[in-house]
Design a protein around this ligand. Structure first.
Ligand SMILES: Cc1cc2nc3c(=O)[nH]c(=O)nc-3n(C[C@H](O)[C@H](O)[C@H](O)COP(=O)(O)O)c2cc1C
Length: 204
């Protein structure tokens, strides 16, 4: 590394030291009225983020691991959510495609500012049917379809086992609501928050 590159890093590190995070203002969140289904809470948070002007709140970091257990992450578009899972699409020939073929599990992470909200999702991943993948490809613009070989475009679904909703607070009493998949629905845990609550209750 040259002297100039080293001094660039020193100023970068000085700059990083002076940064603040969680500078937004979180909306009111009535955790006494949580829905039984995490997808319902996600839908309202996503809508609130969009209404608040968050740019592209449907973009998300997708983390995967390769056959050696080495993690990887990249930004993707969330396609849809339904009873079958949280769908995203890409080419099977991509790095993520190879990683999902080796280890069919993943995590998603959304971060929305200035709402100081994040959502984490993890679970195993299943490939949709070839027809569903073809339909997703057909819905893309002609330019987005260019150069994609037949059968390469793939729709996957992450089937969540754990979804965490995190909301930051100026007094650093951040609130986390965790939904864990149970045999008969979802169990729900609330951690932290203004009154330092710790409660556990059962979803439907
Ligand atoms: C905002 C944004 C949205 C993206 N959406 C997608 C997507 O839906 N599908 C996709 O394959 N790549 C998407 N990309 C590109 C990926 O981040 C990534 O570069 C690419 O898929 C290759 O990843 P891989 O090498 O880990 O397979 C997007 C990138 C950005 C910045």
């Amino acid at each position: 590394m040259t002297h100039e590159q080293e001094s660039d890093l020193v100023s970068l590190n000085e700059w990083l030291k002076g940064r603040h995070a969680l500078t937004g203002l979180a909306p009111d969140w009535d955790i006494g009225a949580l829905p039984d289904e995490p997808s319902a809470l996600f839908a309202s948070w996503l809508r609130e983020a969009a209404d608040a002007g968050v740019a592209e709140p449907h973009t998300v970091t997708l983390a995967t691991v390769d056959a050696d257990g080495l993690p990887d992450a990249r930004t993707l578009i969330l396609k849809r959510i339904d009873d079958r899972g949280w769908a995203f699409a890409s080419t099977r020939s991509s790095r993520k495609g190879a990683q999902l073929a080796a280890v069919p599990a993943a995590a998603l992470n959304f971060w929305w500012q200035p709402q100081v909200r994040a959502v984490r999702v993890r679970g195993r991943v299943e490939e949709a049917t070839p027809d569903e993948s073809a339909a997703d490809l057909a819905a893309r613009s002609a330019s987005a379809r260019a150069d994609i070989a037949a059968g390469d475009w793939t729709l996957w679904r992450l089937i969540p086992t754990r979804i965490e909703f995190w909301q930051g607070s100026r007094d650093r009493r951040h609130t986390r609501v965790v939904y864990d998949a149970a045999d008969d629905g979802w169990s729900r845990t609330v951690i932290g928050g203004p009154a330092d609550r710790l409660t556990e209750d059962r979803g439907a």
